[in-house]
Design a protein around this ligand. Structure first.
Ligand SMILES: Nc1nc2c(ncn2[C@@H]2O[C@H](COP(=O)(O)OP(=O)(O)OP(=O)(O)O)[C@@H](O)[C@H]2O)c(=O)[nH]1
Ligand SMILES: [Mg+2]
Length: 372
């Protein structure tokens, strides 16, 4: 197949964990590969490194660095993605080493890759700022400062204070930038909070859709609210949240519904706190629909991941309703077993695609909202 050169050629470095079986390893690779696809790249090579290696300087260790460098050259790799989170200094070291094979090489860890995806898809000012902030934090003063050094050279500015070393200068610059963005985010968050309060005063209830990425939240959002938002078989297409008003027939009232970013395993806590402003909408909803892909072989693990994030965000469990989606295809799934396992979350079974179970879901939502 002919691949145009505009599609970045990506190499993955996966981690194998002690006691991990092959299936787990394969599914981790599949997940990171779909992240790469969502980014717009294509995977041309992959290697595995033992997670316990943890070399201080390069994380993967000297031997692996050599091996990867060889492959970068042979496969003409543009981006190397290491599927875990590592220190900015280690990313820097890896980049220096891999530059021997490709002077333009880009090295990302898992968080950087996620941030790049968000960057590509962010539409609102709020989302863009949050990403900028997370990236800044992710890079750390040294890598961020390297960009500054170059731009200062180019612009001929030597704005160094008396007795200030380069490192101090970079740190100061990095801190100032962070503060500036944080202030802007705070202003927007405040405004958003005011909108939420305003809606509350209207007396209209809000329901929000949350869940693991690709569960079908946006499909359900479109189905219920009659919107036509982007649905993609891709991991979290967007960081923005969308709110729409619709008439909830059984309740005979209008309600708000919000759709937002899908969660993912290993979304680092610092990212969650950065995206809190985006998630405000969900946190403050009267009812949260946790949308679940019933076809997913890793269903329990993904439910658990989302639960963990709920806990981080201090979302009350009694506000959560489990919505098992994609049932039109899940012939082999034991609904009774899921019902029993998650009985405390009043599980509902639907297909956002075919419309199966949607009327029942709307009835249940109405009952829950009435009871508030
Ligand atoms: N078979 C089937 N596929 C569905 C159903 N609902 C959604 N999908 C598919 O699942 C994929 C993901 O759907 P989205 O609605 O974009 O999922 P999402 O939860 O919004 O994903 P993120 O925004 O990435 O978090 C798409 O390919 C949908 O067509 C369903 O009821 N049945
Ligand atoms: Mg979506």
């Amino acid at each position: 197949m002919y691949i145009p050169s505009t599609i970045p050629r990506v190499m993955l470095i996966g981690l194998s964990y002690p006691g991990e079986n092959n299936d787990d390893l394969v599914s981790e690779f599949e997940e990171v590969e779909s992240l790469v696809t969502t980014y717009g790249g294509k995977v041309f090579a992959a290697v595995v490194q033992n997670s316990t290696r943890g070399d201080r300087r390069t994380f993967i260790g000297h031997g692996k660095v050599e091996e990867v460098t060889e492959i970068i050259k042979k496969e003409e790799i543009d981006i190397v993605v290491i599927n875990t989170s590592i220190k900015p200094g280690q990313i820097h070291e890896l980049k220096l080493a891999f530059e021997k094979a490709n002077p333009q090489i880009i090295v990302w860890d898992r968080i950087s890759l996620i941030l790049e995806i968000f960057s590509k898809h962010a539409k609102t000012k709020d989302a863009k700022l949050q990403i900028k902030f997370a990236k800044l934090r992710q890079m750390g003063p040294r890598i961020y400062g390297m960009g500054m050094e170059m731009s200062n050279q180019a612009a001929g500015i030597g704005a160094k204070g008396v007795g200030e070393s380069n490192t101090e200068l970079m740190l100061r610059h990095w801190r100032n930038e962070k503060k500036k963005i944080q202030d802007e985010i705070d202003i927007l968050s405040k405004r958003k909070q005011e909108q939420i309060d305003h809606r509350k005063k209207d007396g209209l209830k809000t329901i929000s859709l949350v869940g693991y990425t690709n569960a079908g939240k946006t499909t359900l959002f479109n189905k219920i609210s009659g919107q036509n938002d982007l649905v993609e078989d891709a991991l979290f297409a967007t960081l923005d949240s969308t709110v729409n008003k619709f008439y909830l027939k059984p309740l005979q009232k209008e309600v708000y519904i919000s759709d937002t970013i899908g969660f993912i395993k290993d979304l680092p806590p610092q990212l969650i706190s950065t995206f809190k402003s985006t998630l405000l909408e969900s946190i403050h909803a009267d009812l949260i629909l946790h949308v679940i892909d019933t076809l997913d072989p890793k269903i329990d693990e993904k439910i658990y991941t989302v639960e963990q994030i709920f806990a981080d965000l201090k979302i009350k469990r009694r506000n959560v309703l489990y919505v098992f989606n994609k049932i039109e295809k899940s012939n082999n799934i034991d609904q009774e077993q899921l019902k029993n396992a998650y009985s405390q979350f009043s599980p509902v079974f639907i297909s956002a695609k075919s419309g199966d179970g949607i009327d029942n879901l709307l009835n249940i939502i109405s009952e829950r909202l009435k009871a508030l």
